[in-house]
Design a protein around this ligand. Sequence first.
Ligand code: F6R
Length: 605
Amino acid sequence: MCGITACVAEGDVVDELLTGLANLEYRGYDSSGIAVPRGEADVSVLKRSGEIDALREAVAETVPAGSIGIGHTRWSTHGPPTDENAHPHTDCTGTVSVVHNGIIENHETLREELRQRGHEFTSDTDTEVIPHLIEEGLDDGRSTDEAFRRAVDRLEGSFAVVTLCGGEGSLYATRRGSPLVLGLDDDRQFLASDVPSFLEYTDRVVHLEDGDVVEVGPAGYRVTDTDGDRLPREPTSVDWQPEDAERDGYEHYMLKEINEQPQALDRTVRGRIEDDGGVSLSSFPPGSFDGVSDVQFVACGTSYHAALYAREHLVESGVRAHAFRAGEYATTPTPVTEDTLVVAVTQSGETADTLQSIRHARDEGARTLAVTNVVGSTAARTCDDALFIRAGPEIGVAATKTFSSQVTALSLLGERLVEDLTGSPSEDRAERAAAFRRLPSDLTRVLEDSTVADLADRYRDRDAYFFIGRGVGHPVALEGALKFKEITYEHAEGFGSAELKHGPLALVTEETPVVAVFDGRHEEKALANVEEVRARGAPVIAIAGEGSRKVRELADEFLPVPDTHPDALGVLANVQLQLVSYHVADLLGRSIDKPRNLAKSVTVE
Ligand code: F6R
């Protein structure tokens, strides 16, 4: 939710901190701040509510400097987005500063205790207890390292914490349930919630584990467990290029990410489809899932729609499969056995509800598998196995390329599951495989030929928008509506086409466009549903294979995609919907990359 960045070097680090914060703004952005040393023993803290430019202005006025520092962008969970509640937070003496991501569940108890011992608080945040706990350790004569460990020992919840103490040449940090990575350059070291924070400086990364305590100085780092025993944590290289994480000339990250889907999908499938249509997943050779009786997907938001999409193929091929919203699964878990495979679909690998669901499933004895974009993410490390979707970093809050890559990676995994669980391949295995192999070039055609920009202008100011579909058209309709409401702030709802006449039809008028997704199957029934809304005067925007003559004739607006296997066609149709949302939001002047009230990574339940 929030973003942590920190740097220690030979020279001044304020530029690195501001760059790191700007790169992490997608994690949360209602306020930001930095802390650097002041004098022999103090720290100087600058923090501002609002976007990062407010902090830049404050830095330009006061010109803080230092060769060690911490920074934070906040997405509020405790207390409103004010200057006071922005991080870093400090102790009573102003010598201990802390940035934190996650939630301290026992903060009220700790705050009360600390108050009784004379500590004064200046914010409403749960974070503020941490510097005061460290202060007590230092007052007792402990070293910073020991005072930090003692303080962390008292915390309950999930968190990543970095502290800077006045007079110290090292940063101290830990993680438990929230992400924290170390970036290693020759003469400067970084700590951050996520790799893009420091990607222009270094691609050498250490993924810290839950419970790790790390001390980072200008020349290196030392990782220990909670008892202070040294742990081996070797760096690895990430293959993301800095320019991958930049806008590349596009007005918005979202548009850039929509347009780079052909390359992302090429990476997703590369080396994973054999000539005869069989899949070749290095971690999952044939027989990997022998003994699995049923599959449960758990996911949130867009990833849940990808899971629903994947479920269609499995169910049609005779595999027992269900898709659950992780927020509900975490509250009311569905029974599992040791033969159940629970698949967490999560772009970030850090979504709290999804992590909670897989931890529960794992504890109940199920086998767990993460389908994620982030190597080293908590989901990848918590599950028994991981399949990476290889979409590259996604900065826009609205998920676009990761949905397409999730669906594609899940389709490959689905084929392995069908073969292992039913003993024979999907009926149309070769055709499906060929369609997914062709997907990057089909998608390039959609992007080149799309006429969505004109259409968006005609439909930009209606009362509400409905999205309907059958088969994989249903999850695509749900995803289309989610994207539309998320970035246009207009009312949009997605339904299975058959569901419309059981209630939502009452809302359909000539002022409510209905976007109908046709996946190439179930066409007669889907056309009948479209007739139902046309009879109420609603303009129909249809998305279907270019050869669908009947759909083209019936619809008021037709957005064609190349004719292909229905399971690949849904991905292409969804790209048209991404463009519809993007262009309407752009015409309405919305904050496309950072929609109000939302964050890229939802690390609280
Ligand atoms: C919508 C969106 C969210 C995420 C959801 C799950 O555009 O991005 O709905 O899909 O928060 O996130 P991950 O996939 O990181 O678990």
